[in-house]
Ligand binder design. Structure first.
Ligand code: SPV
Ligand code: MG
Length: 432
């Protein structure tokens, strides 16, 4: 009886590397190819430019492939249990780095019944490099990037979003992947925070940094990343200005803007009632949402309404009334904010809102209530979690300490052990 050889593809484009694997696999037996599901592709820190069905059909049309199946998970457990392949074949790039945990697991599963791993030399030449680069470029194009957030909302239990304010922080959001106890994780989206964008410029978070400058930050991030962007639009400003900004953000490929229901001189929410802040009327804020929704040109772009009632101590009822009113005015999502350490009021809001509204995405920013886990938030109906300022807050004390120590010791040797080697930092940056 012919042996079964299994390989899994996670690609939008078939290149000579894949064909080589099929050729090698054919030498060993019948070739079964798994196509990784959309959900699993995301865990892998990849994204697709063509739908699953197209990827499946693409692999089906390949010569030398006997059967194509879906691989639902990044790990091979289910496939190996069903198929009992004699061989699992893969490029040898999975022998090290983050992919190693997948290979180790496959090795363990195969050893239970005498199956074997076959590592073929990974094909990486100019042609393959060009195809990879093109796929990445495509993902960075406005139309692909913009629609990705809505797709993620369908696919992820919770969309994990991290603050970025520069090309470098963008690269951290783009490239950080963690393998922990065999589970893979990465960030799904990026948040251009008004607080951190202003702080990086040494300015207060009071809508002082103008839109031209904020757009420049978006552009810096976009230059080096592909993940979707959620933009902190503060109050949205005058409705007459907001509509122009909606058009600009949409054209740039931003996926969503979040505007908060405050008027006049906005201060950062984490000041709460310690400073004078004015909440907008429901009627006026709804008008702003409606005006924004009217001018946007695609179905991809989202306007998310942020409710400041809990921050300004206006109570749960006010927060809920506003949430329903903003959704009725056309908001594509709502963000509820709190500066309490205890997540109770946020979770109560989510439960009460979800009792009447099952679908509108809920966004939360757990800066103060940071004990809450993503799983708990998802269980209460939250769809997007934003880690809004942690990168800035971790970088600042580290930089300050280094500056102080160099002054203290009149040389840089004492700080060196804390610093990332230049060689390592430049590996973050892609060469063309
Ligand atoms: C920001 O990151 O700028 C925000 C979230 O608006 S918060 O600072 O918590 O208000
Ligand atoms: Mg802000």
């Amino acid at each position: 009886m012919a042996k079964t050889v299994y390989t899994c593809f996670c690609t939008d484009v078939i290149h000579e590397g894949h064909l080589n694997i099929i050729r090698e696999a054919q030498k060993l037996g019948d070739v079964v190819v798994g196509v990784l599901s959309d959900k699993a592709v995301i865990r892998y820190n990849r994204f697709f430019t063509i739908d699953f069905d197209e990827r499946f059909a693409m692999v089906q049309s390949l010569e030398g492939v006997s059967r194509v199946i879906v691989q639902e998970d990044i790990h091979y457990d289910d496939v190996i249990a069903q198929l009992h392949p004699d061989y699992v074949i893969h490029g040898d790039n999975w022998k090290s780095g983050t992919l190693k945990a997948i290979r180790d697991n496959v090795e363990r599963l195969l050893s239970e019944y005498g199956g074997q791993i076959v590592d073929v030399p990974y094909t990486y030449n100019e042609n393959v490099k060009r195809i990879d680069a093109r796929m990445k470029e495509k993902l960075a194009m406005p139309e692909y990037r913009r629609r990705r957030l809505r797709r993620l909302l369908e696919l992820c239990p919770i969309v994990k979003t991290i603050e970025v304010h520069s090309g470098l922080t963008g690269l951290i959001a783009e490239k950080t992947v963690v393998e922990h106890n065999g589970e893979y994780d990465q960030y799904d989206a990026m948040w251009i925070s008004s607080l951190c964008d202003s702080t990086a410029k040494g300015k207060p978070d009071i809508e002082l940094v103008d839109m031209t400058s904020r757009f420049r930050t978006i552009d810096d991030v976009m230059e080096v990343t592909t993940k979707p962007i959620i933009f902190d639009g503060d109050t949205g400003g005058l409705t007459e200005h907001f509509v122009y900004n909606v058009r600009s953000l949409e054209r740039m490929g931003v996926s969503a803007v979040i505007i908060e229901d405050k008027t006049g001189l906005k201060k950062n929410s984490l000041f709460g009632t310690e400073v004078k802040q004015t909440q907008d009327t429901i009627e006026h804020f709804c008008e702003k949402i409606r005006a924004g929704k009217k001018v946007q040109l695609t179905d991809d772009f989202m306007i998310i309404a942020r409710i400041e009632s809990l921050i300004l101590e206006q109570g749960m009822e006010d927060a809920l009334e506003r949430a329903h009113a903003y959704v009725a005015a056309g908001a594509d999502g709502i963000m509820i904010h709190s500066r309490k350490k205890d997540p109770a009021e946020i979770l109560e809001f989510c439960d009460k809102f979800r009792a009447d509204n099952k679908t509108t995405p809920i966004v939360v920013v757990p800066s103060s209530f940071n004990s809450v886990t993503e799983a708990e938030l998802a269980a209460h109906g939250v769809n997007i979690v934003i880690y809004a300022n942690q990168l800035t807050r971790s970088a600042f004390p580290a930089m300050q300490q280094t500056a102080e120590d160099i002054l203290k010791y009149h040389r840089a040797q004492e700080v060196d052990s804390r610093l990332m080697p230049i060689k390592q930092i430049i590996t973050l940056i892609d060469e063309l």
